[in-house]
Design a protein around this ligand. Sequence first.
Ligand code: GAF
Length: 383
Amino acid sequence: MELQNKIDSTFEAKFGGHGTIYASAGRINLIGEHTDYNGGFVFPGAIDKVIMAEIRANGTDKVRVYSIDIDDYAEFGLTEADAPGQSWARYIFGVCREILKRGGKVEGFDAVFAGNVPLGAGLSSSAALESCFAFAMNDMFNGNSIDKFELARIGQSTEHNYCGVNCGIMDQFASVFGKKDHLMRLDCRSMEYEYFPFEPKGYSLVLVDSVVKHELADSPYNKRRASCERVAKRLGIETLRDATMEMLEAVKSDISAEDYFRAKFVIEEKERVLTVCDALVAGDYATVGRCMYETHAGLSKDYEVSCEELDYLNDLAKECGVTGSRIMGGGFGGCTINLVKDELLASFIETAKARFNEKYGHEPKIYEVIISDGARKIAEAAH
Ligand code: GAF
């Protein structure tokens, strides 16, 4: 309620009156990293941390938007030439443009937004922002005629065309389709998905945020994707979804060592998602946890998207007897996701904080994972 009240009073102060309030969620991913753009499986869930926006049509062809968290204001038109300079505003501009390009309708509006999805933690604050505005534009100007998958694609295309990240569909899918107490297994080739109840008995999921973000030059995320696409091309297949280790070994001498290890990780990871889904249904948390550690090792050694701080957090988890732990999201900083027996939770958190602080001079942030709903309307304009 606190977030909603802050947004509502700021909207009133900036624009007068009230708009309609929408929200969309950040996400966790239990397993299936860097598999989405390879046509593989992912297993995310939306969380209780959101980006929330109050929005009202203003009868012009201009968008006027204020970000409370950044304390910055942007104003832009809706043609391609009107792209705003601020990077945060390009997410909103991109969503509007992608809807218009698809033949949808967007008119001028006033908006105020804020959120509690930690930035740079790998919890997809940008997908939450895109999904919040895509959902709102659909409701306000398109009579909810755009289907949910298209809303997710609008967010993804925004990343590709306006933010320079060639991401897969996982984050926007999770943000739009999230359902309280459920994880979702998505097949990123067929786009079939299934909800899995997530109520681990005797275990908790906890995120340990290193609060480091290694901004690496030359877009390492896009480079990982390019490696995978090169190997798929060499194998004569559309995506690595159809690759096996035997196929990869057969071309090993024709591809770079780097590309080989990238593809090896993806081939192994897509199998792990299926193993984890089955194990979860069977209540076999030991297998879930083992796969999480394997994913971390692969992301660190083969895919090379971890960093010293996250490897250290992973080692700490192992040392504390945590059932499963791994870096989560795109990598290069952010947090680990940990599956912890309830009786170990307090001591693990205490140890992780103290030891990380000793080594890196600051405590990691801890977030308990609460699986929640995705994009939604919070309150009508006349609230
Ligand atoms: C980022 C991307 F946006 C996702 O599409 C996905 O590839 C993820 O990294 C890695 O699994 O969050």
